[in-house]
Write a protein that binds this ligand. Structure first.
Ligand code: XMP
Length: 435
């Protein structure tokens, strides 16, 4: 391993993730571990240069104050304690400084002064390390990966291709609810440019068949999820000798900061729900990365910018934006209007400032006039939101001229549409998606 590491022990501080981020931003790798890590476990971690015991308000659990194990102080590396006063710590802080600049100074002094860590955390080193680790883990066995085209699965694919080449089989299931050009770009990038072993399954008819006349949003989501697993499992069963399943699990999926056990693994699996008899071992090479590090890793591996900076897209895809029972004409209207919206947002530079933007087509019509004749067609609704964690969201003020241009284009280019609306609702009360 190339990277030096600073270990954060979670002793009830709710800001462990932010601390890990701050240390990584100084160029030193950092991971969070539960307070009760043993000396042996700590020693087994690679290149540990120092430990920060991060105390905080959640230190008292069920009326009992928790503490780290005494034995860890014998591991020989420098310790720093925050909001905690153990006898053996060289450095103690009552609390972290409130302002960022002072906090950075404290961190620098400990990391580079006391610990003598090197600022060698960068994506080039990470990729080199992971390639070596993946080769060691996988050996001459085969890995299967569900490649949705999302940021995480794309970066996992690129990393695995670098490490094990054609021992990786990628399966891309097109459920017919992808955005315009998206499945094509997965095939182009991975099969044609990166020479991946890619199985492309066009399951459009199968999905649309199952979804016919189903109007209830939850029911639609369930059908899409279950069908996805079924198609993926069918493809997997056709293959021989697969031992591992690749997954795009990332650090926020794993860490739950501010609890007495930092390493709680959430049941957050992209291809969770595979049949029991498909007993794969997992390969999760991004599980130590934050989202922006995943993107940097993707760029380092040569993935296109648009793929790496892709906006979030729900698993059920356009299926939850074609409201009610999905029909092909409305699905096309969502897909075409979404493509226009994305193009015009990119032209106006809004793709860099707006977190998520898309169109919705409801399942009712309104009256209009086209070519001097009455028409009765669907509206398109535009939604553009900003958020930090998708738990709450605010509405983006889009320049009027951009909205007018998008409206003109949708009305001129998208069949079966005679009206365009802009959704002004924040979350809460509204959710980001309409279904
Ligand atoms: P809501 O609509 O709950 O959406 O405010 C919050 C964020 O989550 C995305 N989303 C999903 N992502 N599978 C996903 O991977 C899903 O089923 C799903 N549903 C919503 C949504 O696009 C938004 O970014």
């Amino acid at each position: 391993m190339k990277q030096d590491m600073i270990v954060i022990l979670d002793l009830g501080n709710s800001e462990n993730t932010a601390l890990a981020r701050a240390i990584r931003d100084l160029g030193v790798y950092s991971e969070i571990y539960p307070h009760d890590i043993t000396a042996e476990e700590l020693k087994a971690l690679p290149n540990v240069k120092g430990v920060i015991i991060n105390g905080g308000p959640n230190r008292v659990v069920d009326g009992v104050s928790i503490d780290v194990r005494e034995e860890i102080y014998d591991t020989g590396c420098p310790f720093m304690a925050v909001d905690h006063a153990p006898a053996h710590c060289a450095k103690k802080l009552e609390a972290w400084p409130a302002d960022e600049a002072s906090m950075t100074e404290v961190l620098k002094e400990f990391i580079f002064g006391d610990c003598k860590a090197e600022a060698n955390w960068n994506m080039k080193n990470f990729v080199e390390d992971q390639i070596e680790l993946l080769r060691r883990q996988v050996g001459d066995k085969k890995v299967l990966l569900a490649l949705s085209g999302g940021v995480d699965s794309s970066v996992v694919a690129a990393l695995l291709i670098k490490a094990i080449g054609r021992q990786l089989t990628c399966v891309h299931v097109n459920h017919g609810l992808m955005r315009k050009g998206e499945s094509e770009s997965v095939v182009e990038v991975f099969r044609n440019q990166m020479d991946a072993n890619l199985i492309y399954v066009d399951a459009t008819e199968r999905f649309l068949g199952k979804l016919e006349n189903v109007a209830d949003p939850e029911q639609k989501r369930k059908i899409i999820g279950a069908e996805f697993i079924a198609v993926f499992a069918e493809e997997a069963q056709k293959l021989e000798g697969i031992e591992f399943l690749g997954q795009g699990t990332i650090y926020p999926d794993i860490v739950e900061s501010g609890t007495k056990t930092a390493k709680v693994v959430k049941s957050h699996h992209n291809v969770g729900g595979l049949p029991e008899d498909m007993n794969f071992k997992l390969v999760e090479p991004l599980k130590q990365l934050f989202k922006d590090e995943v993107r940097a890793c993707g760029l380092e591996l040569g993935l296109p910018y648009e793929m790496v900076y892709r906006q979030p897209f729900p698993g059920p895809g356009l299926g939850v934006r074609c409201l009610g029972a999905i029909t092909r004409d409305r699905l096309e209207a969502v897909r075409e209007s979404d493509a226009i919206l994305r193009e015009e947002f990119a032209n106006a530079g809004l793709d860099k400032t707006v977190w998520q933007y898309f169109t919705i087509v409801p399942d009712f019509k309104s009256v209009g006039v086209k070519n001097n004749a009455r028409c009765y067609e669907y509206p398109v609704i535009i939604r553009a939101v900003n958020t930090v964690d998708a738990m709450t969201a605010t509405i983006e003020q889009i320049p009027w001229d951009v909205l007018l241009k998008i409206t003109d284009r949708i009305l001129a280019e998208v069949p079966n549409v005679n009206r365009v609306c802009y959704d002004l609702s924040p979350k809460p009360c509204a959710t980001i998606e309409w279904e």
